[in-house]
Write a protein that binds this ligand. Structure first.
Ligand SMILES: Cc1cc2nc3c(=O)[nH]c(=O)nc-3n(C[C@H](O)[C@H](O)[C@H](O)COP(=O)(O)OP(=O)(O)OC[C@H]3O[C@@H](n4cnc5c(N)ncnc54)[C@H](O)[C@@H]3O)c2cc1C
Length: 437
């Protein structure tokens, strides 16, 4: 809990936000700055799920070109956030590098640079020699790299709790252990929410429920195609730090941590538990699945039955699936973590004296086209969705919050959010994710 005293359930507010991850809390923070009364309802604890389990990378590099304006906005917000909040977030502009094993990968980086050229980023290609100079390695493991010096990192364990404290200071009520079960409407518009602790009247609801957003929407007859993967990561004991950049080196990704260790993870390899929604959304995700072949480790096990048996609808006085899983804490795949750590040690000699200190996993949710939803739902005025960050919502979170606050308060969002509109899933839009390779 990020606040010692437990606030009471307000009977009315202007905006209710479902979810105390970075998307929900950042939205609340920026709404509070506009003086808009907001209540955040979190079923578990602030940043208990994805927002505290991620690698902490904050990047423009490698993004879908449609996301670049918002990604730039997010970097600008991150740069001022520690001062704004008066808190240490572990924010460091240490750069981000993607290493290329061969010329084909370098060509992929080159294509991305061409695609984002209108946005005038500082991203650039490094030669093999420049890559070695950056990483203080001793020669020719890499064909080169894509490098963005202005990208950075922050500490997931600090950032969202600090944002929550900042929002609370400005008047936001944040209720932990308070699942939202459903909504109330009046003349077809949002008029309130029903939580496990009672009702709150409101004019707008923002669903920022992470991996749970699709289930919540389904209970309202809103179809939000969303699937999740299980990603494992670990942190090492402290060791020497020859470079500051976070590095994606193919089978392994590492970033320096504020505590002197490194967060190490198995690159893009993730486990995909086959669940009923995989069948339900198969068609939507087909283009994405084609691009991911070889990276997903498919599993059919207990999660299929668990999710099959999970209620999809409930009465307001019934305990919901949100209360049954207060904090989604998937089992880490230790073999993944150990393989990633071994690969990291082989690539980066400075890790030789370190050990794995902790291993964890998180469920990462994705939309079919791997870009978020930041949108009102036209069929239900007053109901907004901020979700689908597809593995990069920590870096994107502050912009998501800023843009959602614009949208909810009726101001034209400061960068174009048309590509993130919810209607794209039903209007025949091409849902093929941007191909970075
Ligand atoms: C291992 C891993 C590595 C990652 N690495 C990076 C990275 O380096 N950089 C990056 O940018 N991103 C990264 N991500 C992705 C990033 O963490 C997420 O995109 C981001 O945190 C999503 O934030 P969110 O607020 O949408 O969701 P979450 O943080 O998951 O928060 C959603 C919250 O909603 C709550 N909730 C759901 N339903 C209800 C309900 N009905 N009532 C009340 N509360 C509810 C949940 O309990 C949860 O706390 C990574 C993720 C993982 C797991």
């Amino acid at each position: 809990m990020t606040n010692a005293s437990v606030p009471e359930l307000p009977t009315a507010t202007k905006v209710v936000i479902i979810g105390g991850g970075i998307a929900g809390v950042a939205t609340a923070y920026f709404l509070a700055k506009e003086g808009i009364a907001t209540v955040v309802c979190e079923k578990g604890r602030v940043a208990g799920e994805q927002s505290s389990r991620n690698w902490g990378w904050v990047r423009k590099q490698g993004r879908d070109p449609r996301e670049i304006p918002a990604a730039k906005l997010s970097l600008d917000i991150w740069a001022g956030l520690e001062t704004d909040l008066g808190s240490d977030l572990g924010w460091t502009r240490g750069g981000i590098s993607y290493l290329a094993a061969n010329d084909k990968e370098m060509q992929g980086f080159e294509r991305w640079l061409e695609d984002v050229q209108p946005h005038q980023l500082d991203s650039r290609l490094l030669s093999a020699r420049e890559t070695d100079a950056l990483l203080k390695t001793d020669g020719s493991k890499w064909a080169g790299a894509l490098y963005t010096a202005s990208d950075g990192r922050a500490e997931p364990g600090k950032a969202v709790p600090a944002l929550a404290t900042g929002a609370r200071r400005l008047g936001t009520v944040i209720l932990e252990g308070c699942a939202v079960r459903g909504i109330e409407t009046e003349a077809g518009r949002i008029s309130g929410v029903v939580t496990e602790k009672g009702e709150i009247a409101c004019e707008a609801v923002v669903c920022a429920g992470g991996v749970w957003s699709s289930l919540f929407c389904r209970s309202l007859d809103i179809t939000l195609p969303q699937l999740k993967v299980r990603a494992t990561a670990c942190r090492t004991t402290p060791g020497p730090r020859p470079f500051e950049s976070a590095v994606d080196a193919g089978p392994v990704a590492i970033r320096p941590r504020q505590d002197g260790g490194f967060t190490v993870a198995p690159g893009t390899a993730v486990a995909f538990d086959i669940v009923p929604d995989a069948l339900r959304f198969f068609r939507d995700f087909l283009p994405a699945l084609r691009g991911q072949s070889g990276k997903l480790r498919l599993r059919l096990g207990r999660p299929f039955m668990e999710e099959l048996m999970r209620p999809k609808r409930w009465r307001p006085d019934e305990v919901t699936p949100f209360e049954r899983v207060r904090v989604l804490d998937p089992e880490p795949d230790r073999a993944f973590a150990e393989a990633a750590f071994a690969a990291a040690k082989a690539q980066f000699p400075h890790l030789q004296g370190t050990e794995i200190a902790e291993t964890w996993a998180g469920a990462i949710e994705s939309t079919p086209d791997a870009i978020p939803v930041l949108s009102e739902v036209e069929s239900l005025p007053g109901f907004y969705i901020a979700t689908g960050f597809s593995g990069h919502g920590f870096g994107f979170g502050p912009a998501a919050g800023r843009l959602m606050a614009d949208l909810v308060s009726g101001v034209t969002p400061r960068v174009d959010i048309a590509p993130f509109h919810f209607s794209r899933f039903a209007n025949g839009s091409d849902l093929t994710p941007y191909d970075f390779t």
